[in-house]
Design a protein. Structure first.
Length: 426
């Protein structure tokens, strides 16, 4: 029995969907522990490409139990649409369960998300899906939970506590008409007809699986640098994508997590606002974006691209307690004559080895690069480390040394079979 937490080590979009899918082939349970439908995972199965936002990537393996944990905020409309989409693709959701304690994203959350972003002097680049406002209500102890969809009385009682306050805010501050309580009740009870049969005490389900000796994969969304505590605040998400969020996000003790695997791109990307020390605003950055198909799964926005930033990943190794790395999209670098790695920052003449918390300071930082020769060979057919060109092997060894963590998995293409396992996780 092994419990593994899978986390993003950069600003999200590291390819966690594919790595979750690969690891799920050996896992008995896959559980999502935070975030909402502001995150997207792309999974390629054979000739088919699937895009998920809430359902764990393990859904593509028959018999694998998939859980949406209590730490996730759930938009019932999106969840119903995603389940319908999977059924249309011939994918069963018979083994999908949703925590009864997970909080519900309501229409007023989505509206407030967009209105509040519009009022900010410093935009944070929210997706507008209502994730932040839903978490605000959760911590204000005025949220609506999935279990409130079980009955009209429960939903009405929950709405009566919060809707008058939301409508006052919308009407008096934003000149928005607000929402009708009875219309919301009818809409969400309709979602409940599809979702309530999936509700469960997912903490108990995980504990029972653990006692049976089953292998469990905890799947995070976004990335370490988007963590509300440890990310580049305020350009962060509203939850804890770091490994520390995994245990409370599914309802287990932290001592039950055996391994923490960080997913990392062979380069760096970012969506939205905020400093990005190794960003490339040139033809090389454009080439990486095109080769890596760097456009958001959820928003379609082009991602900002840059060289691998060892300072960021070194930080992620530390705050997550990473035991191993899964490196993705190595094949994107195949076309480059040289590859660079940001090994440190320069700030006002000083060399920085570690990530500063002050964003004004980070904005002034300049990358200190080491240049390695590219391999300029197609590696998408490589099946083992030995199959990789010598220069690609040297690049991986250099990254391991720079960040202080071993690479266990290397992805050389989007398909399941384009994955090199250096050391098994399960």
């Amino acid at each position: 029995m092994t419990v593994v937490a899978l986390v993003g080590t950069q600003w999200g979009d590291e390819g966690k969907g594919k790595i979750t899918d690969v690891l799920a082939s050996r896992a008995d349970v896959v559980a999502r522990y935070q975030g909402g439908n502001n995150a997207g995972h792309t999974v390629v199965v054979g000739e088919n490409t699937y895009k998920l936002h809430l359902v764990p990537s393990g859904i593509f393996y028959a018999g694998t139990t998939c859980l949406i944990g209590n730490g996730v905020v759930v938009d019932p409309k999106v969840l119903c649409e995603e389940i319908s989409y999977l059924h249309q693709q011939g994918i069963s959701t018979a083994d999908l369960y949703v925590s009864e304690k997970a909080h519900v994203i309501m229409p007023y959350h989505r509206v407030l998300d967009r209105l509040e972003e519009g009022q900010r002097l410093r935009k944070i680049g929210t997706t507008g899906r209502g994730i932040g406002p839903a978490y605000v209500d959760k911590y204000m102890r005025m949220g609506i939970r999935m279990l409130d969809l079980r009955s009209r009385e429960s939903l009405e009682r929950a709405l009566d506590q919060v809707l008058p306050l939301k409508n006052q805010l919308l009407q008096k501050i934003y000149d928005h008409p607000g929402f009708d309580r009875d219309e919301l009740v009818e809409e969400y009870l309709a979602y409940g007809e599809a979702i309530v049969p999936l509700l469960a005490d997912t903490s108990l389900l995980i504990d029972q699986a653990r006692q049976r000796g089953e292998d469990i994969l905890l799947e995070g969304a976004q990335g370490t640098l988007l963590d509300v505590d440890h990310g580049t605040y305020p350009f962060v998400t509203s939850s804890n994508p770091t490994a520390g969020g995994a245990a409370p996000g599914v309802g287990i003790g932290p001592n039950q997590i055996d391994q923490v695997i960080g997913v990392v791109k062979a380069y760096t990307t970012r969506v939205g606002e905020g400093p990005f020390v190794s960003e490339l605003q040139d033809a090389t950055g454009d080439l990486i974006r095109e080769r890596g198909r760097e456009f958001g799964t959820t928003t379609g926005r082009p991602r900002r691209c840059g060289w691998f930033d060892a300072v960021l990943v070194r930080y992620s190794v530390r705050v997550n307690g990473l035991t191993g790395l899964s490196l993705t999209l190595l094949d994107v670098l195949d076309a480059l004559e040289n590859v660079q790695v940001c090994v440190a920052y320069e700030y006002r003449g000083r060399r920085l080895e570690h990530l500063p918390a002050d964003l004004e300071m980070l904005k002034e930082c300049k990358p200190i690069y080491e240049t390695l020769p590219g391999w300029q060979e197609d590696i998408t057919g490589a099946k083992s480390f030995a199959d990789l060109p010598q220069r690609a092997q040297e690049y991986l060894k250099f990254l391991e040394k720079q960040v202080g963590c071993p690479i266990q998995i290397v992805s050389v293409g989007p398909r399941r079979d384009q994955t090199i396992i250096l050391r098994q996780v399960f």
